[in-house]
Ligand binder design. Structure first.
Ligand SMILES: C[S@@+](CC[C@H](N)C(=O)[O-])C[C@H]1O[C@@H](n2cnc3c(N)ncnc32)[C@H](O)[C@@H]1O
Length: 221
């Protein structure tokens, strides 16, 4: 009789990947989509609702340092800086470096995202991880809602979908709109809790650390 492999609790899975600093290479791939969206991350395997998908990896820096860096970076790069709350302070994952990691290449979908960004704590450090909001089929693009409402590409995507010619030609307005983009990210991360997924078994280290942090959602505004 065939035995079904027991699914690893998603929080435990995320903690292990975060500790190793690697991505799910067998289950994810990066593809170039078009000149409007750039690259994106796609599922090479099925993900079940609640699964850990990928970490938004980068340098963990404090608020002062993120303010300083934002002044020096090109504005288009600041979209790779993800602010979040931890221990009643604002922190930032700076993923501006092209380091080959997948999380930084996940695109925004504010209408029908298939993942949600959550904060986990392991080894006394916060990590931002994407978890599946629903089952994700092989071939689907991994997306999450960056939050906010004024990301330039959202308006442009609507304009494009109304346009008669949907062909993929470079739009000079993109660069302009990117330059107008907000200088600080308004993406959102909430804490991954075991209650969110009844399949999770509690990691004592994490639970302990999570208890230290505020229990509310971590809206980044
Ligand atoms: C964090 S990066 C994501 C990876 C990016 N696509 C790339 O190739 O480097 C965010 C950038 O991706 C693009 N992007 C993200 N979501 C998008 C969407 N839904 N439609 C169009 N462009 C999007 C925007 O240019 C944005 O500045």
């Amino acid at each position: 009789m065939a035995t079904r492999r027991r699914r690893k609790p998603p929080l435990q899975d995320a903690i292990e990947y975060a500790a190793r600093g690697v991505d799910k290479m067998a289950e994810l791939e990066v593809e170039y989509i078009n000149s409007f969206k750039g690259r994106g991350v796609f599922a090479k395997a099925h993900f079940s609702k609640g699964d850990f998908v990928v970490e938004y990896r980068g340098q963990l820096i404090n608020h002062e340092e993120s303010v300083r860096r934002r002044k020096t970076y090109h504005r288009a790069c600041t979209v790779f800086m993800f602010d979040f709350q931890w221990k009643e302070k604002t922190w930032c994952i700076d993923a501006t470096q092209e380091d080959g990691s997948f999380g930084r290449l996940v695109n925004d979908d504010h209408k029908r995202p298939n993942c949600k960004m959550k904060r986990i704590i392991t080894e006394a450090k916060p990590h931002l991880c994407l978890f599946a909001l629903r089952d994700i089929q092989t071939g689907e693009e991994i997306t999450y809602n960056y939050g906010g409402n004024d990301w330039p590409w959202r308006k442009q995507a609507e304009e494009q979908s109304c346009a008669a010619d949907p062909c993929d030609t470079e739009d000079p307005r993109t660069a302009e709109k990117m330059a107008e983009s907000p200088s600080s990210s308004v993406m959102q991360a909430e804490e991954q809790s075991c209650a969110a997924d009844p399949c999770d078994t509690e990691d004592p280290r994490t639970a302990e650390k999570m208890a230290e942090s505020p229990s509310s959602c971590h809206a980044v505004q």
